[in-house]
Structure formats: structure tokens, C-alpha cells
Design a protein around this ligand. Sequence first.
Ligand code: FE2
Length: 280
Amino acid sequence: MPVTAMQASAYLHHLHLHSPDPDRLAAFYASAMDMTATATGADSWSVSGPSRRLLISRGPAKRLAHAAFAVRDAEGLSGLRAHAQANGLEPKAAECPMFAAGAFSTVDPDENLILFGLAKHAPSEQDGRLRAPLQHLTLASRDVKAIENFYAGKLGFGVSDRVVRENGEVTTSFMRGNHEHHNLACFYQDRQGIDHHSYEAGEWDTLRDWCDWLAEKGLQLIWGPGRHGPGNNLFIFVADPDENWIEISAEIEVIHDREVKHWPHAERTLNLWGCAIMRS
Ligand SMILES: [Fe+2]
């Protein structure tokens, strides 16, 4: 029976990032995000920490090799595949070292490869490390509506909020596969690829601890601390050596049932406590 991404409880499980210097990028995440990097080939790495997982291999900066969403169980996975097929997609069998057999892939309108599967490993223990599970991916696209039509219209992600210009043009769409405000978002930019990816620290105290951790590593915050409008999450941003923006967030809104909200478009601004920042 077809089920939507929401019904399958889809959550962002891992990202496979391309990089012109995979060794450097893997070393950065191991240090900055307190993860363990394991070489899996000449130019490829598996990097993981508690509930945060990346694959890294050689390719152009700021592009995905793939993004991967895990779903709740085998019934959810087969149902989501049926839902995609019923909406005109042609899911293909996919293999990924982080997923059990039976995963499938599809390609979005910007040619991002997206995998859905069952997580092979249970979430790892914290081992005293700072909390920050991988939580959302934000795509950059010249056509936000096409991206929303694909993920919400064909795969059944829910739409939480949109940012809209006065002329009606949608510049941001926030989408979710579970009760968190967004696991997936798309910002209008004059390019395709990744805008940023985000880890959820849960509480402000933990976000503060991440600020201290990053300072000890000599990393400068490039934005924040602040609080977003859509999603209401506290945030900080740092950049990796490929200039991928990394967000660490806390207190992201939990949605059970509400109408889609439209927010007025505003260019990115310096944050001030209490102001509604439009990016998330
Ligand atoms: Fe974000």
C-alpha cells in the first residue's frame, strides 16, 4: 500500500558529499564535529559520530553525491516506493554501505540523487560526546517550486512553511518527513547544490557547549548565535574547508498539526536576538 514520506517517518540519515580534497574534508569533520574518519578507498571516507554520518568522496565542491533518508521499517520503505511509482517516478535499486539491502534511489529536478532505505546500524552511543544528530539538508536551487513539487508532491514530504516574495514567488520551502519542522528545505539561489546541512543539538546549553568546542578548535562562527523565524530554532553556523555551511541548531519546532505558514521574504541579515531571521 502506498505511504507518504511523512507516513514512513523519513528522517535525514546521512549525506554523501563530494569534495575536491576528500582527505582534508574528512579530517575537518573528524575534528570540528567530533566524528571518526575511516578511509574506505583511495579518495573516499566514512565519517561518523553519535547519530551523525557522512560519506565523502572526490568531486566538485558543494555538491551532493547523494542524500539519504531512512524510514521507520520495511513496510514504510516498500510503501514509499509504491507512492513514488504511483506519482510517476521510477525508483531504482540502490546500494549504500550505511543502508540495509532494499534501498532505492530517485533523482530530483536538480539532478540530486536521493536515497531511501533502512538504517543498517542502530544510533551510536554518545560516549560523552556533544549531542548533535544530523537533522536537515537545505538545497540551493533556481526553482524552489519544482523542488517542492518533487519532494512534497511526489514523495509525500509535508510542507511546514514557505518564504514568499510580494509577487508570490516562493524563495524558500521547508519540508518534513516527521514531526520536526524541516528535515529538508530549499532556498532560492542562482546555483544548484547544497546550501547547508544541519545538526540538532536539542538544547541551548548544548549549543553553547558547541560554541565553546568550536572556539577551542580555532573555528570562527560565520553567523549566529541567533534564532530563525521559520522553525524557531536557535542556530550557529560555521563553514568547512569547501565552504559548505554547517549549522548547529537547537529547539527546532515540533509540528503535530497546523496550517502551512507563509513568511515574507527578507534578504539575509545580521541576526539580533528576537528578530525573525528568514533563513533556516
Ligand atoms: Fe538550516
